[in-house]
Every structure is written in structure tokens, then in C-alpha cells.
Design a protein. Structure first.
Length: 207
């Protein structure tokens, strides 16, 4: 799925560990989330799923951005905003002639059940990765957290008492984007309903 540069981009949230991080809570998300929730659960019931890297969870195929529905169009736009905000922050995304570089994206949904977890990982073949929270299932406090691992292996030598983790508490409508190489995981989820998230990768076209 090719992404066109938006005008204007949404400002970047900031940096941590000198690593760019984008967060945005989408104001018009609730109606879209209801539609995405129904689409994802229907797809997990009617199409093959994967459990690679997860436990007590199911992952859809990575063609989610090609599903034909207005809610997907909204989601694609939010992902585009995030990718170009990160590009602008680091000075990427432009050709030598100053034109917008062609970017491509893929996304898939993950449905977590109680005790669902996503193991420590990073994303390959992408510049930026991220997650959009469709529903969090009224998760219990301190569960289902998104945690990033400090990418500086020698930092602990100077600051041994500083935590090597940066934690984000998910909420419906929250979109988080970050460099694809940054390691992260999802702590075990506890809640009273299935939790639905959309993960995505964005990279530059090689053509």
C-alpha cells in the first residue's frame, strides 16, 4: 500500500533516549474504532490467523490496509501522518531532487485474550513501525503495557539505577509510531474482553 505525503503533517511528540517517538490520540476515533473492531473480529473468525510471536492472541494477515472500508481509509491516513511526521523530524523522506519519496505500508491486527502477550521483538524491512489501539478491553491496571527497551547497551554502566524501559499505557484511539529497529514488547494483558490492536510497518519503496 503506497502512502502519499499529507499536508500538513502532525507534529512529532518528542524523543526518548535520543530516539524519535510519535504519539497521537485520535479525536474522531470512537466511531472508526467500532467499525474496525467489527471488521477485525469478523476476519479472525473467517480467515486464517497467525500466532507468531504471540501467546493467547491471534494475528490477521498483513493486508489490512487493503481491506475495503471507510474505517480503513481513516486508519491509513493516521498512519500516513505518523510516518511523515517522523520523516520530517529526522530529515528523511525526500529524494535528491526534493520530491516526496514513495513510501509503502502494511498492517495487521492482533486480538489479545486474557493472558495475551507479545514477545520482545523489533520489525524488519521497514523504516517506521507502530500500533493503533482499537479497543483495550477494560484492561486491569498495570497489564497490557507497551514497553520499549533502551537501545543503548552501555547506558547502564553510567546510570545503573535507571530503568532500561519506557512504558506506554494503551487507550482506545492511541497511535504510537517509532523506528522499526527499536525493541519492544507487550506485557501480559488482563481484561474483561478481547483487546484489538493494529500493528503496522512503513518503509521506502525500492523502485
Amino acid at each position: 500500500m503506497t502512502l502519499a505525503a499529507p499536508t500538513p503533517t502532525v507534529p512529532l511528540n518528542g524523543d526518548f533516549w535520543h530516539t524519535p517517538l510519535y504519539t497521537r490520540t485520535v479525536d474522531d476515533g470512537p466511531a472508526v474504532n467500532d467499525a474496525l473492531h467489527a471488521l477485525v473480529l469478523d476476519r479472525t473468525r473467517t480467515a486464517p490467523t497467525s500466532t507468531v510471536g504471540v501467546r493467547n492472541a491471534d494475528k490477521t494477515s498483513s493486508d489490512l490496509l487493503r481491506w475495503e472500508h471507510p474505517a480503513i481509509d481513516h486508519l491509513r491516513g493516521w498512519i500516513t501522518d505518523a510516518a511523515w511526521a517522523l520523516n520530517d523530524h529526522v530529515g528523511a523522506g525526500r529524494t535528491p531532487s526534493g520530491q516526496d519519496a514513495e513510501m509503502i505500508a502494511e498492517a495487521w491486527a492482533v486480538v489479545y485474550r486474557p493472558d495475551g502477550i507479545h514477545q520482545l521483538h523489533s520489525h524488519h524491512d521497514a523504516a517506521w513501525s507502530g500500533v493503533y489501539y482499537v479497543s483495550t478491553g477494560h484492561m486491569q491496571e498495570g497489564t497490557g503495557l507497551l514497553q520499549f527497551v533502551d537501545p543503548r547497551p552501555s547506558a547502564a554502566a553510567r546510570e545503573p539505577d535507571r530503568t532500561p524501559l519506557y512504558t506506554i499505557r494503551p487507550e482506545p484511539g492511541l497511535l504510537v509510531a517509532f523506528p522499526a529497529w527499536l525493541r519492544h514488547w507487550v506485557t501480559p494483558y488482563q481484561g474483561d474482553a478481547e483487546r484489538v490492536v493494529v500493528a503496522f510497518n512503513v518503509g521506502f519503496s525500492r523502485s
